[in-house]
Design a protein. Structure first.
Length: 237
């Protein structure tokens, strides 16, 4: 396990090695294939402490998540199908990678002036319903404008693109955050490798997580990464 270096100038993308129990197929378009992994639901986590915010522009940074296989335990198209009407979709706890931790982490990040976003090849309406289930009345903490799917480019949601780099860059431009102040989590080794190659030289920290959990966050020093961009330099949880 590696931790993000304290000095942002020397910080490189970190890969988290996780076990994979089985593979799930996804929509394959234009020859691209990137299966999500199915894993058991992790243990719930407790809330982190609050983090002071220092004045450094509009936002201290951004934390961006892939959806399928990262925030979820299985691919949404396997769970619900490709074309299921959203009013027929029911989200359950077993579909969420670590609901308790997300319920405390996301409000904490937003209160510390970090943008939270989702970059995905999947359906935006699935993602928004997922966020409503996880966050409840706090759903607005992840703006629908910060949920990036192929539909942003007039391409049908569910279309698998070569990688997430364009979505990441466009999201960062939209919220006016530099890549050096961005954490990106994805279960796809291809997306992580391409992000490392093209975006990590500009400072992006890309972390492989199958799925995203409190353990992934802690073992990669993500709380310390946030503290570098806040008024407190110490680890906060």
């Amino acid at each position: 396990w590696d931790e993000l270096p304290a000095n942002p100038k020397h910080r490189q993308a970190v890969t988290v090695q996780r076990s994979r129990s089985s593979e799930d197929a996804v929509v394959r378009v234009r020859g691209y294939s990137d299966p999500a992994r199915m894993v058991a639901e992790p243990k719930r986590a407790t809330a982190p402490a609050s983090l002071p915010v220092k004045s450094r522009g509009a936002h201290n940074g951004a934390v961006l998540f892939d959806f399928d296989g990262t925030l979820t335990t299985v691919h949404s198209f396997h769970e619900f199908g490709h074309r299921t009407p959203i009013n027929q979709v029911t989200i359950t706890d077993s579909f969420v990678s670590e609901k308790g931790f997300l319920q405390t982490l996301i409000p904490w990040l937003v209160s510390a002036n970090f943008v939270v976003g989702v970059v995905s090849f999947g359906r935006k309406d699935y993602i928004l319903k997922f966020l409503e289930f996880v966050l409840g009345e706090n759903q607005q903490l992840v703006s629908a404008e910060n949920v990036w799917t192929p539909g942003k480019y007039n391409i049908p949601d569910g279309t698998q693109l070569p990688d997430k780099n364009r979505e990441i860059q466009d999201c960062c431009r939209h919220v006016r955050v530099q890549l050096k102040d961005v954490l990106f989590f994805d279960d796809s080794s291809t997306n992580i490798a391409n992000a490392k190659q093209k975006l990590s030289p500009q400072g992006l920290a890309a972390i492989h997580s199958t799925p995203f959990t409190k353990q992934v966050w802690e073992r990669n020093g993500c709380d310390a990464w946030c503290a570098e961009r806040s008024s407190s330099p110490t680890r906060v949880f």
